[in-house]
Design a protein around this ligand. Structure first.
Ligand code: NI
Length: 397
């Protein structure tokens, strides 16, 4: 079967690259992936995929589809995120650069979408020999961590026994694959709080309660959580990334808004850091005669790969590309809402290297000059097809 799959992957290569360039030229931001969704659904129809459901979260964005093999069960899910970022592309000489002003595929989700479509094509071509089914998840809105939970609500994981997904990785040489068992991507908590004071004249602070000074103290005090309260060998980050307040040089405002993020791995550390942020902000404000109101808050859990499934998938990669091309991935303080799927079913999220200095595809993710080495993408297809086929054949990882 491996040779057969390799042949089919070879044949889908040109279409894979064409699709990637199409998505790159037509990026759409989180939960606005309407044209991308139509394109995906049409391709799946063309490939003869059985069950194609469009939309989730009340929007016509995202696709949940199923390739039915010889039997309904077991079923493995493969997931790609399909959204782009609100930023202007600077790859001026790229023939397929973004045509949607101020939106760019700067994280490689164009590649993920094209890889999963090509995977769907190959799997459809071997459908008669598939000892189970494959659920295809084209997830919208990964960048704002809103999509995975809507896919789950829409039944994307119903009947699913395991899941796999990949992210292209500019920091690895092209074609190198990275796996990590257990904790991989951090838990993400967003904090948004308002520091309330009492407005007044800049020249008469004695009649005001200055929220700018209170906010400044809060920001500094929050920095002592990681340095003084968290176990030094436990990864944690507290960053205030946005401050809003004030209108003029001589007016003490009523209110200052602070927005930031907390990154942790262990649930204990997470709980401690989150609650200490609230306690410190509230009490620093109180000590300085002001108050704090927490208004918005969202979180994504840490991404924890299933050890057995990860071993199984990384062994397939080693057999296909040799030990030298498979590495152990580092912990990453970034977030990835694939973590929500892994809370429900075992599986693995892995990295596919697309960095090539000569081709200029070694720029960091979310950089305006980011791009992906197309020559690495067939490996993504070959890996996903083999992982799916092997899992269904064995009935487990
Ligand atoms: Ni990404």
């Amino acid at each position: 079967m491996r040779d057969r799959i390799r042949e089919l992957v070879e044949k889908v290569k040109n279409e894979l690259v064409e699709m990637r360039h199409h998505f790159h030229a037509h990026p759409e931001p989180s939960f606005e992936e309407y044209e991308t969704t139509k394109f995906i659904a049409n391709k799946l129809k063309e490939y003869g995929v059985d069950d194609i459901r469009v939309g989730c979260g009340g929007k016509e964005a995202g696709v949940i589809a199923t390739i039915r093999g010889k039997s309904e069960k077991p079923m493995i899910a493969l997931r790609a995120d399909i959204d782009a970022l609100r930023m202007a592309e600077e790859n001026e000489s790229l023939p397929y650069r973004s045509k949607n002003e101020g939106v760019m595929h700067a994280c490689g989700h164009d590649a993920h979408t094209a890889v999963l479509l090509a995977t769907a094509k190959v799997l459809s071509q071997i459908k008669e020999e598939l000892p189970g089914s494959v659920r295809l998840i084209f997830q919208p809105a990964e960048e704002n961590a809103a999509g995975a939970k809507e896919i789950i609500k829409a039944g994307g994981l119903d009947g699913v026994d395991a899941i796999a997904g990949l992210h292209v990785w500019a920091y690895y040489p092209s074609g190198v694959v990275g796996f990590r068992k257990g904790p991989f991507f951090a838990a993400v908590d967003m904090i948004e709080l308002y520091v309330r004071g009492k407005g007044g004249h800049g020249a008469a602070p004695q009649f005001a309660v200055d929220p700018i000074v209170i906010a400044s103290n809060i920001i500094l005090a929050l920095q002592t959580i990681v340095s003084r309260e968290v176990d030094p060998i436990e990864p944690a980050v507290v960053s205030i990334c946005k401050i809003e307040g004030g209108t003029a040089f001589n007016i003490i405002p009523e209110e200052v808004k602070l927005v930031g993020t907390i990154r942790t791995f262990s649930p204990q550390t997470r709980e401690r850091v989150v609650s200490r942020v609230e306690e410190i902000a509230t009490n620093v404000a109180k000590a300085m005669r002001g108050s704090v109101k927490f208004v918005d808050y969202y979180s994504t859990p840490a991404l924890i790969n299933d050890s057995k499934f990860t071993e199984f998938a990384s062994n397939i990669a080693k057999e296909l590309y040799g030990e030298n091309n498979v590495v152990e991935a580092d912990l990453n303080m970034g977030g990835e809402d694939f973590s929500l799927y892994l809370e429900k079913v075992p599986g693995t999220f892995f990295l596919l290297g697309t960095g090539n200095k000569e081709k200029g595809t070694d720029k960091p993710h979310h950089n305006p000059n980011f791009n992906v080495d197309d020559d690495a993408l067939p490996r993504g297809v070959e890996l996903l097809v083999n992982i799916a086929y092997e899992f269904l054949r064995r009935g487990s990882s």
